[in-house]
Ligand binder design. Sequence first.
Ligand code: GLC
Length: 429
Amino acid sequence: MKKQPHTGCHFGLPPKDMHWWRNARFGMFIHWGVYAIPGRGEWLMWNEQIPFREYRRLADQFRPRKFDANAWAACARDAGMKYLVLTTRHHDGFCLFDSKVSDFTSVKTAAKRDFIAEYVVACRKAGLKVGFYYSPLDWRFPGFFFPDLYRESAEAMKQQTYDQVRELLTNYGKIDILWFDGGGDDWLGFGGIEWGGSKPGWHSRDSNWPQVEHFKGKPLWEPDKLYAMIRTLQPKIVMNDRAGHSDTGWSGDFGTPEGRIGEFNTTRACETCDTMTGSWGYRHGSTMRSLRNCIHMLVNCAIRDGNLLLNVGPTADGEIEPSQVRRLGQVGQWLKQYGESICATRGGPVIPRKWGGTTHRGNRIYVHVLDWTEDEIILPPVQHKVKTSRALTCRSANVKVARDGIHISVPQKDRQAPDTIILLETKGK
Ligand code: GLC
């Protein structure tokens, strides 16, 4: 059959092509670039208002001696993660890949390596799905801040996105996820709205940047053209919602609540992204999440039918800090024991409550009690009769099916932090 070109009216993947992604539940986000050298986070160039001619020198020092994509992939796999998403390029414009349209890349500066190529091979070898983060916005372009004043620059930035997305989706084989950050007309004009007035220049931005004051000028981004190109290059790639709203109303295959757990939603796919340390890019002396916190986040996503993309920011040397590797390994240990209640399940049927919530697969319902806010938990009656019940994390659970619902209690000594899991098997699905 002849391949139909994309007409632009339908970009979303059908459920069968989202299946693996939904089943995966847990992925690794990696923010890595030259900003890791000073170790003050990935917003360094903007936050400290470093002119590009100065910032670019970081690339001359970027020689990560310990970079080993296989070690990253192993860390993700041992954590029970099923996919990775790496910053091919963040807002500073530095590319970890070879690009014909930019000199600010790891291939053309000190490192002289295409880290993306190495990363892709390592993920595949480890049996993990490969994701690319890409930031269309680029702080080096005045047109990003003042698209009206510097229209040409804004157009050039847009062209760069097309060219580089094409490179990324052509040169590395099949890519599973495309994770945009900062695209569409919505993002333009960011921080540069107040040209003239009391704050002339595109270098200034309010500390509480006005979320509402986005670019309202002549439309520039035309996301549908980008989506059509992407679907032609990689028809099954799973795309997030941050590259601008399509004229057709489509906004990505999944939503991306950042730093918070998404809403319970069994129709719209959703992925919470959050950090292990409070910073996306490497930051000296940051603290790390507790194991309980990591597991609670993951369970809280799963019971709402969402994924968790948990971020690490490797050091300038290319290493995920050993303490983070250990912590992720502990999450992996937990998943080895209880993963059946998370991976390849769907959220619900019960809407999450203060104490936790449920996941299910086939005729199995997993009740996750994260906090015993009450001694007896009452689930609303489920559609099918409960046949058996069993505690996964403890010796026993008292489960009574009554007319008003399913009553569950577990004696205090048998409750297990961070999650007491009770399995109910129903007669039908
Ligand atoms: C943000 C930030 C950024 C980070 C991202 C992750 O919008 O700009 O630094 O990469 O979210 O979700």
